[in-house]
Ligand binder design. Structure first.
Ligand code: AMP
Length: 292
């Protein structure tokens, strides 16, 4: 579906039919920018298991791109996306064009303060998260979902959306699913197709850096400089210059100083060739690693 009017009509009909005993007529939204991969499909499958109707939106949102070349080069493959989304359990693929999303005269920005100040907000500029929150708020209003699914891959985005939903009293359950990785550890991303073979190999420095920091933390080190240093060393050894490597509170995204206590998030961003990659890991013990 490409228009808000068609989408609303269709969802109203589906809701009127009442849905199943298990899920009622619940509608789930999975917002994406398309070029779907297993990371997106994991969200769609989880949504399909919990909701009667899964709406997948595919919209490459110009408002959130700080780099016009990145926007122009962003991979697009709607036909393939439609096949993959349907096979994963989506009932509706919503693909508005820019004019449908932002008609002439459009003048409203939804802006979340605080949690957007650091990391991605600092390095990509305020307009990035303003673009994300504006388009997500619009998608919420268009679809009216009971729940919406996001990936931990974009950890700061998750924290920003949670703030948005809490602050605007939106009756939407936010579900967050783990980062899906390639067998060699690289986090799946639509942008990975733009890496050359050599760059694809160098990009493995990101998960390796996260692993080194996690090892350091698991060995009992709690000094922020030491944990970040472990990650930076791996990046430097492999010829990757990060934009940032940071330890933050996973809810507020405020930097953690001195010694870490409780659960912290290690997040990093780095360009590899023409592609800007991000990744993160929560520093916490997995249940299997916890002492009985
Ligand atoms: P995008 O199309 O990149 O804007 O991503 C759409 C949604 O998919 C966001 O909630 C992302 O966090 C999520 N996502 C992207 N990559 C992954 C991944 N590798 N694993 C899990 N979720 C992901």
């Amino acid at each position: 579906m490409t228009t808000v009017a068609d989408l609303r009509r269709h969802l109203a009909e589906r809701r009127a039919r009442g849905g199943s005993a298990l899920t009622g007529s619940a509608v789930a939204l999975v917002p994406t920018m398309g070029a779907l991969h297993e990371g997106h499909l994991s969200l769609i499958r989880a949504a399909a298991a919990e909701a009667d109707t899964v709406v997948v939106s595919v919209f490459v949102n110009p408002l959130q791109f700080d780099d016009q070349l990145d926007l122009a080069r962003y991979p697009r493959d709607l036909d393939h996306d439609a096949e993959l989304a349907a096979a994963a359990g989506a009932a509706v693929l919503f693909t508005p064009d820019v004019r449908e999303m932002y008609p002439p005269g459009f003048a409203t920005t939804i802006s979340v303060a605080g949690v957007t100040d650091t990391l991605e907000g600092e390095h990509r500029g305020r307009a990035h998260f303003d673009g994300v929150t504006t388009v997500v708020a619009k998608l919420f209003a268009m679809v009216g979902p009971e729940m919406a699914y996001f990936g931990q891959k974009d950890a700061q985005q998750v924290a920003v959306i949670r703030r948005l939903v809490a602050d605007l009293n939106l009756p939407i359950l936010i579900k967050v699913l783990p980062t899906i990785r390639e067998p060699d550890g690289l986090a799946m991303s639509s942008r990975n197709v733009r890496l050359s073979i050599v760059e694809r190999n160098r990009a493995l420095a990101l998960p390796a850096a996260l692993a080194a920091a996690r090892e350091c933390w698991l060995a009992g080190r709690r000094d922020v400089g030491e944990i970040i240093g472990a990650a930076k060393k791996v990046l430097a050894d492999r010829g990757v210059q990060p934009e940032y490597v940071a330890l933050v509170d996973p809810h507020t995204f405020a930097p953690v100083w001195g010694d870490t206590a409780g659960v912290v998030l290690l997040a990093l961003a780095a360009p590899v060739g023409q592609v800007r990659l991000i990744d993160n890991v929560l520093l916490q013990r997995e249940p299997s690693e916890r002492k009985a």
